[in-house]
Design a protein around this ligand. Structure first.
Ligand code: DC
Length: 227
């Protein structure tokens, strides 16, 4: 049995964290945890109740009324909001914007933290988010800050959304990414930033395969797993 380990993968929106982390976790046979989905589930709950995205007190009041849980199965991670599978309903820009706003509310972060840490206690994980290496798992064996230029991220996200049939423009996608970056970087609590001991991986001019290989190499280097 190999020792349990955690790989923290942080970075801005659209850097490809989830695609890279999912593929790397599948190759290593370990759990992939997408913490953004949990913030999105809270965002969806707030949006559905008609609470404004800047109404921190209103957002906080929603928390005792909901549960957010992750389940991992053969098809990967599913996220449940009070028992309802919302894995697909959370994948749009309006929910992303609400998630970003909700994630700046300290009570929301506290609400999700224990579940995130418990997953890493019980499993080897690749966990992706904004504050995994800095706050959630400061002792993670592997820490990677995955980033790419705004242009590269906007292009990738634009093509992804187009393929899903969403009616978007490149400029609109870029503006969304920049707004979310700024909100996530500039909030007072657990802002998006590279942990001091994280390795910076800029994928602007890397293919997806090369990014996955680079992440796997870093994990092998630090843990010996996958050798
Ligand atoms: O990764 P994502 O786009 O699904 O995340 C949605 C929002 O959730 C993101 O804009 C910021 C927030 N988030 C966070 O604050 N901390 C995390 N660990 C993950 C996401």
């Amino acid at each position: 049995m190999t020792k349990r380990f955690a790989a923290a993968l942080d970075g801005p929106s659209g850097a490809g964290k989830s695609t890279v982390a999912k593929a790397a976790a599948a190759r290593l046979g370990i759990l992939y945890v997408d913490t953004g989905a949990m913030y999105r589930a809270v965002g969806l709950a707030v949006l559905r109740r008609g609470i404004g995205e800047d109404d921190a007190a209103g957002i906080e009041q929603v928390l005792p009324e909901i549960t957010v849980t992750l389940r991992h199965g053969p098809d990967g991670q599913r996220v449940f909001l009070s028992g309802e599978d919302v894995s697909d309903a959370i994948r749009n820009d309006r929910v992303a914007q609400y998630a970003s706003k909700c994630s700046a509310v300290p009570a929301v972060r506290a609400f999700l933290l224990d579940a995130q840490r418990a997953l890493a206690r019980e499993n080897s994980v690749i966990m992706d988010g904004r504050d995994i290496g800095t706050v959630v798992l400061p002792d993670a064996e592997v820490k990677i800050f995955l980033t790419a230029s705004v242009e590269a991220r906007a292009q990738r996200r634009y093509h992804e959304l187009q393929e899903r049939g969403q009616d978007v423009t490149l400029e609109g996608v870029r503006a969304d990414i920049e707004r979310r970056d700024s909100q996530d970087r500039n909030r007072p609590i657990a802002p998006l930033r590279q942990a001091g001991d994280a390795v910076l991986l800029d994928t602007s001019s890397m293919t997806l395969e090369a990014s996955i290989d680079a992440v796997l190499r870093l994990i092998t280097e630090k843990t010996g797993v996958g050798q």
